[in-house]
Structure formats: C-alpha cells, structure tokens
Design a protein around this ligand. Structure first.
Ligand code: HEM
Length: 144
C-alpha cells in the first residue's frame, strides 16, 4: 500500500533526477548544443514542479522528518539544512526569471541569471538528497 510517508522517497528520487538533467543541460550548452540544453532544462523544470507538489503535500500531512543524530553530525545536518532551505527559497524566483529570459530569446540576460541559478539549483538538489539520506536512512529519529 502506498502511504503518505512514501512520498518522501519519491521526492528524493525526483530531486536526484532534476540534478541529473541540470548537469546534462550544462554539458550540452558547453558543447554548443542549444536544442538539447533547452530540452534538459525544461525537463528539470517540469520534474521540479512535480517535486514541489509532492513536497508541499508531504509537509502538510507529515511535517518534517525528525533527525536522530547527536553531536557533530547533528551540527553538520542542521547547518546543511539551513543553507539548503535558503538556497531553495532563492531558486523560487530565480528559475522562472532565468527561464523567461531564455524563452524570450534574451540570451545575454539569460546567461547572467543562469550563472547564479544553475549552481544554486544544483546545490539545492544535491543537498536535498543528502538531507533525505541522513534524516530518513542514516539517522532516523527513534521515539522512546
Ligand atoms: C531555468 C532553466 C535554465 C537554466 C538553469 C539554464 C542555465 C544555463 C547556463 C548555466 C548557461 C551557461 C551560461 C554561461 O555560459 O556561463 C546557459 C546558456 C544558455 N542557455 Fe540556458 N538554462 C535554462 C533554460 C534555457 C532554455 C529554456 C533555453 C532555450 C530557450 C536556454 C538557452 C540557452 C542558450 C542559447 C545559452 C547560451 C547563451 C550564450 O552563450 O550566449 N536555456 N543556460
């Protein structure tokens, strides 16, 4: 049976998949292939939109996964989580702005936005997977 808790695994998978397309899209633009760059970036945007729906659904129903680790690892986890959240907030306006510049063929401005959007987005995606693995698999909170 599919339970609400399972959305968290789906979210992490969507997150990882969007990072894959972001890396591939970067590779294509460096190789001069604009069409494949466009396809990869639009795919990353669509996957991230599904992720966002899953994320909000999960948070509204289950709240945040509690972290069970102690000591240094706890400091590392929460530091990473805070930077991850700030990055995630930053890409909410940055992604549509970067996309809009590209779709209106304003590639000079697209490039200027993209130099911020792309690295922050990749960081948010990778740190999201790390946070998921740490909180759900490595150090889950065990109620006493
Ligand atoms: C939000 C999604 C997107 C992101 C994050 C993104 C990211 C990037 C990055 C990192 C670059 C390289 C910038 C540099 O040279 O330093 C770039 C260049 C470029 N992108 Fe995108 N891109 C996105 C969507 C698109 C779309 C949808 C198109 C096509 C309509 C597109 C067309 C281009 C073109 C033509 C360039 C080369 C610009 C030039 O060198 O003059 N991008 N993009």
């Amino acid at each position: 049976m599919f339970e609400i808790q399972d959305i968290t695994h789906l979210n992490a998978a969507l997150n990882a998949l969007s990072v894959f397309f972001l890396l591939l899209g970067y590779y294509f633009i460096r190789a001069g292939n604009q069409e494949k760059h466009k396809l990869c970036m639009l795919t990353a945007v669509v996957i991230s939109a599904f992720f966002l729906v899953g994320y909000v659904t999960y948070k509204l129903n289950s709240g945040f996964a509690k972290f069970g680790g102690d000591g240094t690892i706890r400091i590392f986890y929460f530091s990473l989580l805070i930077i991850h959240v700030f990055g995630a907030i930053a890409i909410v306006p940055l992604v549509p702005l970067t996309l809009y510049r590209a779709l209106t063929s304003n590639f000079e401005k697209h490039k200027r936005f993209a130099r911020w959007t792309w690295p922050i987005w990749v960081f948010v995606g990778i740190s999201g997977v790390v946070v998921y693995v740490m909180a759900v698999h490595l150090y889950p909170h065990v109620p006493i």
